[in-house]
Design a protein around this ligand. Structure first.
Ligand code: ARG
Length: 407
């Protein structure tokens, strides 16, 4: 007889027992650990984890697409100022803590709906984060802030095989961003995924360099070349989007939001089976690697021609093809509050033969055609304004394929 005390009665108790039992059988098939509940017969039906993604190009089956709803402008703190260009400062100063302009958000929301429909038409299951109130002010012993959005799942969720890792983040306005994804993550966990949350940073003043020179400083390149960033090494921090996955090889960059101890934490967490390669670029403002270096197929890497990769020979020596994508064509007049124009190379591979890319970035579209990859095009320009392209707006949940080494 199965006897488990779950502290509740009737239907609710039955529910708890149901989830516990199925939870047990997933654990049993995913690892050697077992939870034994009384003398209940052990069912060993192996259930596959709903989460499995090893790289950026294997055939895509399920994805999370971010949300426009409720997006708020982050308070204009030093870590935000460090990555924004001067012409946007007034926008942040006056709007920090407020919603983004409603008319702009409405257009962005419509674009993202179209994006979801196209993904579904291509046979991909689309999941969405919950709508949460990002305007609520929160306070910890170390800081206070309001939130930002749940628009860029790529920034916060790192999927390595069957494990979802919630990144610690580095911006105070993103401290609680994981909450929007918890309903989905709990569901994936119950169905067999592994779930890790990296150590939450304190985000006290020591994590930030208050005197960090702003984006417009002509010496910014030199400053980042000397490995000086707005985040210090006070404690580990990282955003998931500073990692580009190629099976057992993962490429990382020290950026304004990812510090060396954050990279080291991930390295130790993943262990010897993975190689984390720390790359650096000629880039005065590194934040999220996916508009700088993008791996589109086994042995094929897009390398931003304006941001020379100091370790590019490593790829060439391994026989990889390095492709330099064309310059973006988005006009200066279009607001990009949080990023450069290089979102043009921030594409989403559905597999090695199909790519989602911007309909107006004709040179990039042509580049893919030349490479024998079919571009599926649309515009998410208003959604781009919030800081990301197709890759940033999504995170893979499942791609068919194996965990392999490519270097
Ligand atoms: N910071 C990059 C740039 O300005 C954009 C990266 C966007 N990626 C992301 N995952 N949010 O070029």
């Amino acid at each position: 007889m199965l006897t488990v005390r779950v502290g509740c009665k009737g239907r609710e108790a039955a529910y708890h027992l149901g989830t516990l039992c199925s939870f047990r059988s997933h654990v049993a098939c995913l690892s050697s650990s077992k939870i034994t509940l009384g003398r209940e017969k052990q069912t060993e039906t192996p259930l596959r984890s709903p989460v499995w993604s090893c790289n950026e190009w294997d055939p895509l089956e399920e994805i999370i697409v971010g949300r426009v709803e409720g997006a708020h402008v982050p308070p204009f703190t030093e870590e935000v100022q460090a990555i924004t260009v001067k012409r946007n400062w007034d926008f942040f100063k006056y709007r920090g803590g407020q919603p983004y302009p409603a008319a702009h958000l409405a257009k962005a929301a419509a674009e993202i709906e179209t994006f979801c429909n196209i993904l579904e038409q291509e046979g991909v299951t689309v999941r969405r984060p919950a709508i949460v109130d990002h305007s609520i002010e929160y306070k910890t012993p170390d800081f206070r802030s309001t939130g930002m959005h749940a628009a860029m799942p790529r920034d916060i969720l790192l999927v390595i095989g069957d494990e979802i890792i919630e990144a610690p983040m580095a911006w105070r306005s993103r401290f609680f961003e994981y909450r929007a994804y918890r309903p989905l993550i709990k569901e994936y966990f119950q169905k067999g995924a592994r779930w890790t949350t990296a150590p939450k940073p304190q985000m006290s003043d020591e994590l930030y360099d208050k005197n960090y020179p702003d984006e417009n400083d002509p010496n910014r390149h030199k400053i980042t070349d000397q490995a000086k960033f707005v985040t210090t090494e006070f404690e580990p921090c990282f955003d998931a989007a500073d990692f580009m996955r190629a099976g057992r090889d993962i490429f990382a960059q020290r950026s304004q939001v990812t510090n060396y101890s954050g990279i080291e934490w991930l390295k130790r967490h993943l262990g010897d089976k993975y190689n984390i390669h720390c790359l650096s670029f000629e880039n005065g403002n590194p934040m999220h690697i996916d508009a700088t270096l993008f791996i589109i197929a086994p042995g094929v890497v897009l390398s931003n021609p304006e941001r020379t990769c100091h370790q590019i020979d490593m790829f060439k020596k391994a026989g990889w093809t390095v492709v330099y994508p064309p310059y973006p064509v988005i006009p200066d007049s279009h607001p990009l509050w949080m990023s450069s124009k290089w979102l043009s190379m921030n594409v989403l591979m559905l597999d090695t033969k199909r790519v989602i890319c911007d309909v107006d970035e004709i040179p990039t579209v042509k580049m893919f055609e030349k490479l024998g990859i079919k571009p599926i095009t649309l515009s998410i320009r208003h959604a781009n304004s919030l800081g990301g392209g197709f890759h940033c707006w999504t995170t893979d949940i499942r791609r068919r394929g194996k965990m392999e080494s490519y270097l």
